[in-house]
Each structure stands twice: as C-alpha cells, then as structure tokens.
Design a protein around this ligand. Structure first.
Ligand code: PMV
Length: 340
C-alpha cells in the first residue's frame, strides 16, 4: 500500500549569511549563520512512497494545476536527496514527488531552502518517522542546500547551533544541526520583498559558495562573523531594531562584496537593486524602522517593523518593483490537501 504526505515549508532570509562551505556536497559551513523563517514564501511538496518500486518520479506544478517534469538540474538534486533519505530510513521502493512554490524560483528568495526542507519533511512524514527537529535539520542540510537546515524550524534560527546548544562538529549527535534562538511571536518583524528580477540567477549559490574563498576578503570576513552573530542574537533577544540593522546591512553588502571579488567574479545586483538600497536609506532617514538584505540574487528583502510595512511596500511599488509581503513565521506544517 502506498502512503502519501504533504508538507509546506517556508523560505528564510539570513541576517548573518552562510557563504562558503568546507564541504560543498554535504553543505558543511565554515561559520554559523542566522535567519528569520518566513510565512508567505513557501514550498508545498507531496511525497508518495510506493513500496513496490518502479522508479522515482519528480514533478512540478505548472500554471493551471498541471504536473510537469522539472528542469534537469533541479530533478537531479531531488533524486539524489530521495536516495539519501531512502538510505537513512532503511526502506526500499520508490517515491513520487510533486512540488510548488508560492514565489519566483531560483531568484534569490531561498527556493532551495524551502524546497529541500519541504521534501525532507514530506518524505519523513509519509514514512511515518518522527525524528527530533535537530535530526531533521541535519537531514535537510545533506541535500546540499545548507539554508534548508534553517527552514525546518520557525522563528529566528541559527545554523549550526553552538556546541552547548547541541550542534557544531562531527562529534555532536547531529552535526551542524540548526537551533531556534527565538520563536516567531518573540518579535514580529516583517519582510517586504522588492522583486527586481523574476528570472533565474545566472550563477547558482552552490557555485558562489565554491568561489567564495578565492576572494581576497574572505579570510577577513571569517574573522568578523562571530562578533556579528553575537550582536544579532543580542538584538533579537532585546528586540532592538537599532542594534539589528547595521549588522544586517553589513552582512548583505559583504556577501556581495565577496561574490564580486571572487575569481571569476559574480554580479547578482541589477540597477534596480541599487535603487531599492538607496530608497531604504531614505526611508530610514525619515524615521522608519527598516533595513535591507539580499541573498544570492538581485531581489531585496526589506526587514521592517510592522508600523513601517505599509510605507515600505508603497515605496517599493513606486520604484516599479514587484512586492511580496512576508514576515516571521512559525515554520513548516503538514497539509491535508495533496498536490496529486
Ligand atoms: O543554502 P544554499 O546553498 O542555497 O545557500 C544559501 C546562501 C544564501 O542564501 C545566499 C545565504 C544564506 O545564508 O541563506
């Protein structure tokens, strides 16, 4: 008999970025990162386990509810992760997978984080396994998308956890697991995404991680990260926007500085990106609690207080960008409705 489960997992936006890995295939980071889990930008994934086998099948939801074969690179990543999860669970048989995103895929809104978190959780659910969250986060990371390790948890999430919080290092039970540092209801922050570009980025995050150490600025970045992480954790703990924003913007700029100075260089920014950064600075000058950050793409996430959200969204629309209104969320959830 086949079993089916559907899980919705959100994307996340990092305040302290993961950029560069000591092991790219298994997404082992050099340093810890910290993100806010979102609630509107999500991946929904249905997985059916067929004990009789027949080969794995991966589909994406197209316009009008049709199920279509995905791009080859995406399918390859999903098939490899299914194989890994099959070994982890010690089961035979095959999986049928269908997935959809509520936001543009592969354009720097962490679709790999939400996608691989949803896939991992849906496989585990349809096999009726109940591992602890720490193990789930570690399993998601093995997909090769490190940020997926953060998307299995809600609120504000650090990955890997500090040693005393259960993470970091081969000797921990689940090495490089993530940990929630604060729940979503601890601090209601919003994320207004300025969609500058909906196309797929030309250079993948994987390639960006690979090139990062070739930047002459990368070694210095690694020296600075521990202090930044501590500052962001203090800001979250005390809900202090004034403490948070300088580090968040510094981190975003530095990720792109490293990308632009890698060999060969990577330029994710578009002219529209710079226009949004400039507008953000002006909004803050007018007294709004808002700051910018970006992942590996041209789009800009404007992190703001609830009171600033309306004005920030209006300003972004005025610049001619698409607007996605998001905010901190509680993390993945199981759905009763399946995609097939
Ligand atoms: O999880 P990956 O391998 O797609 O890398 C994500 C890297 C950034 O999104 C750019 C930064 C981060 O920490 O999320």
């Amino acid at each position: 008999m086949s079993a089916k489960a559907t899980v919705e997992a959100p994307a996340n936006i990092a305040f302290v970025k993961y950029w560069g890995a000591s092991d790219l295939e298994r997404a082992v980071p050099w340093e810890a990162s910290l993100s806010m889990t979102l609630r509107t930008c999500v991946s929904r994934t249905t997985v059916e386990h067929r004990p009789e086998g027949g080969g794995d099948e991966v589909l994406v939801c197209g316009a009008g509810g049709t199920l279509e074969p995905p791009e080859r690179a995406f399918a390859g990543g999903v098939l490899a992760h299914l194989e890994r999860l099959r070994r982890w669970a010690g089961v035979a048989g095959s999986f049928r997978v269908a997935t959809e995103n509520t936001f543009p895929t592969g354009s720097g809104i962490a679709s790999s984080a939400s996608g691989f978190a949803a896939l991992t959780l849906a496989v585990v659910a349809c096999l009726e396994r109940r591992p602890p969250a720490a193990e789930l986060s570690d399993l998601a990371r093995l997909s090769g998308s490190g940020s997926a390790a953060r998307s299995v948890l809600g609120g504000y999430v650090q990955w890997p956890a500090d040693a005393e919080e259960g993470g970091t290092g081969e000797t921990a039970a689940w090495p490089w697991t993530a940990v929630q540092v604060a729940a979503a209801d601890h601090w209601d922050l919003r994320d207004v995404v300025a969609v500058v570009e909906t196309g797929r980025k030309e250079v993948s995050s994987r390639e960006g991680h690979r090139r990062a150490p070739s930047s002459p600025h990368y070694a210095r970045r690694r020296e600075l990260l521990a202090a930044r992480l501590a500052e962001v954790r203090r800001a979250i703990e005390g809900r202090e926007f004034a403490r948070l924003w300088p580090v968040v913007e510094e981190e975003a700029i530095e990720l792109h500085l490293i990308a632009m100075s890698s060999r060969p260089p990577i330029f994710y920014w578009q002219p529209g990106t710079l226009a949004v950064l400039e507008r953000t600075r002006r909004l803050r000058g007018e007294g709004l609690e808002v700051c910018f950050t970006m992942d590996a793409g041209a789009n800009v996430h404007l992190i703001c207080a609830p009171a600033a959200e309306e004005a920030v969204a209006a300003a972004v629309a005025e610049l001619g960008c698409g607007v996605i209104r998001d905010g901190v969320g509680d993390g993945p959830r199981r759905l009763d409705e399946h995609l097939f």
